[in-house]
Design a protein around this ligand. Structure first.
Ligand SMILES: NC(=O)c1ccc[n+]([C@@H]2O[C@H](COP(=O)([O-])OP(=O)(O)OC[C@H]3O[C@@H](n4cnc5c(N)ncnc54)[C@H](OP(=O)(O)O)[C@@H]3O)[C@@H](O)[C@H]2O)c1
Length: 298
């Protein structure tokens, strides 16, 4: 085996950068980087930890469902929220309700131009700086793999994974410019375990991609102050899952296989989101926080 500094190309064939830097996997820390950016205070401030006053957050897929709740939670914690989705009418209802500090932007996350406009709007609101990005927009297509069309598979991957990468990349600059930020990607338990009997190959593949993309970006960007983590929700009521509720066998399936014996209530994601978005998690990098009532514990 060749010593690392003689390896010509990284796995996957990229040739522009050296695969492994001569020094080490991570560059040696500078004195600055060794400093604790948030030195211990003699008086702990447990609620202040979650305070987002003065910060700017982007939430995608905020028109309905979990993203709509997440935007409200960040706003309630003091952030200015820039909310994106395709249904502008729903975003305007949210903005009217929240009053100030909520900026609706029509955004299809599969459009590069729309994603750029979304992040630019947020960076303008933050005088060039973006603090929080929540990549929540998602779709699912249910059906057996043998008949899932290639178009459906790639559409699901485009929205749930490719757009996440694009938005992380766009957010990186304005986050670094302001000294750092927190990216919270929304994965799923179906990025960790199989979905069957709720069959959805594209969705499972995309959500698993989000889990490891989160690790990789977390590793690449931690030293620039950009933390990347994700949340993997279990089953929660929303438009995406509405076919399941009211259907006896689906409800039994969720109740039987979830340790706590029920689906999640949307507010049960509030704590995980606030934790990852705020200074409560400054030493948490590349992790996926599973909020699933115990779905994946056995
Ligand atoms: N509900 C659950 O049980 C559950 C479990 C695990 C993970 N998740 C994940 O949680 C996230 C939110 O899901 P949800 O349950 O709240 O689903 P939902 O009610 O169907 O909401 C999905 C959101 O994504 C937006 N969206 C979809 N395609 C988009 C696109 N191309 N561009 C921009 N926005 C788009 C939708 O807005 P527009 O239609 O207005 O564009 C909507 O606001 C998703 O990533 C989902 O995979 C949900």
């Amino acid at each position: 085996m060749e010593p690392p500094d003689q390896q010509a190309a990284p796995e996957g064939g990229g040739r522009r950068d050296r695969a492994v830097p001569r020094s080490a996997q991570f560059p040696p820390p500078t004195e600055d980087l060794m400093d604790d950016p948030t030195p211990d205070s003699p008086t702990p401030d447990p609620t202040g930890l979650f305070d987002l006053a003065g910060r700017v957050a982007v939430v995608t897929g905020a028109s309905v469902g979990l993203g709509n709740r997440m935007a409200r939670v960040l706003h309630a914690a003091g952030a200015t929220v820039v909310v994106g989705a395709r249904r502008m009418d729903r975003l305007e209802v949210l903005a009217d309700e929240l009053g100030d500090r909520c900026i609706p932007v029509a955004c299809d996350v599969t459009s590069g131009d729309d994603c750029e406009a979304l992040v630019e709007t947020a960076a303008r609101a933050g005088d060039g700086h973006l603090d929080v990005l929540v990549n929540n927009a998602g779709i699912s297509v249910i059906g057996p793999a043998e008949t899932e069309t290639y178009e459906d598979f790639t559409r699901v991957v485009d929205v749930n994974l490719n757009a996440v990468f694009r938005l992380c990349q766009l957010a990186y600059g304005p986050m670094v410019a302001g000294g750092g930020g927190s990216i919270v990607n929304v994965s799923s338990i179906l990025g960790l375990v199989a979905g069957t009997p709720v069959k959805q190959a594209g969705y499972c593949a995309a959500k698993a991609g989000v889990v490891n993309l989160t690790r990789e970006l977390g590793a690449q960007w931690a030293r620039r102050g950009v933390r990347v983590n994700s949340i993997a929700p279990g089953w929660f009521p929303s438009e995406m899952t509405e076919v399941m509720w009211g259907d006896e066998s689906s409800e039994r399936f969720v109740a039987t296989n979830t340790a706590v014996g029920r689906a999640g209530a949307t507010h049960e994601l509030d704590g995980a989101l606030l934790f990852l978005a705020s200074d409560a998690s400054t030493y948490v990098i590349g992790q996926t926080l599973v909020v699933d009532g115990g779905w994946t514990i056995r």
